[in-house]
Design a protein around this ligand. Structure first.
Ligand code: ADP
Ligand code: MG
Length: 237
């Protein structure tokens, strides 16, 4: 079956730096794929290359079998590839409802009830300022805002960043629930343990290239990944 998203040998060079090198991965329809790696290895750059903020300098990106490598970011959003960016980037001066409605695009308010049903904590705070939310609630809002457009691909950049362990578990439970509704999710994480719990397959990036990949279950038992749990780099023999 054609994957919903396919990255095929993508390279990204900015100035003289090779930020991504020969990155390939497949996100099947309805699947969860995790990209793991420590700080500065190119995870966010990969997200930005998929969403058209950066232009791949080699390779191809396909969505439902169609080449989207050269599309602009608004065209990529129009195809339903939506990102919950690193650091949330919600509008703190606006209410929760306004943040969600802004994400809504052509679906307008139609999706609001659905998003609120997934995140009841947001439903109770619709008229509250988004800046007054806790970190976990802000992450829900960030994901909820992307869901307002019923994305064909949901890109999550470090959803666990800065959250206490209990909230990390909560957010990842939500991600599983979102998947059970049929969404396809690509997650970038430093928290390998949390991401491997929900992912089907995972790839570890180091220095802009994939150094380990496989079924999440296998990677969870991989001693090289265990090292990454502790915050160290993954060493490849
Ligand atoms: N616009 C840019 N200009 C120059 N260097 C960049 C740019 N974007 C990212 N980089 C560099 O690419 C590398 C990977 O960054 P990033 O993708 O943010 O890593 P991660 O998300 O894994 O922490 C870093 O060395 C970073 O400085
Ligand atoms: Mg990043």
């Amino acid at each position: 079956m054609t994957p919903i998203l396919e990255i095929d040998g993508v390279g990204l060079r900015i100035g003289v730096q090779d930020i991504l090198r020969d990155v390939s991965l497949r996100l099947p329809q309805g699947g969860i794929v995790a990209i793991l790696g420590s700080n500065g290895v190119g995870k966010t750059s990969l997200m930005r290359t998929i969403s058209g903020v950066y232009q791949a300098t080699s390779g191809a990106i396909r969505h439902q079998g169609e080449d989207i490598t050269r599309l602009q970011s608004h065209e990529i959003v129009a195809r339903g590839i939506l990102q919950a960016p690193e650091g949330r980037q919600i509008f703190s001066n606006m209410t929760v409802r306004e943040n969600l409605v802004i994400g809504g695009g052509p679906h307008g308010l139609a999706e609001l009830d659905h998003v609120v049903s997934l995140f009841p904590a947001l439903g109770e705070r619709l008229s509250q300022g988004a800046g007054s939310l806790s970190g976990g609630e802000q992450q829900m809002l960030c994901i909820g805002r992307a869901l307002m457009r019923k994305p064909s691909v949901l890109l999550l950049d470090e959803p666990s960043l800065g959250l206490a362990p209990k909230l990390v578990r909560f957010i990842f439970d939500l991600i599983e629930r979102i998947r059970s509704e049929g969404y396809s999710v690509l997650i970038v994480e430093q928290n390998a343990k949390a991401a491997l719990r929900v992912a089907d397959t995972a790839s570890v990036i180091e220095g802009g290239r994939i150094v380990i990949e496989g079924p999440a279950r296998d990677l969870a038992d991989d001693p090289r990944i265990a090292e990454a749990y502790l915050g160290g780099h993954v060493h490849v023999p």
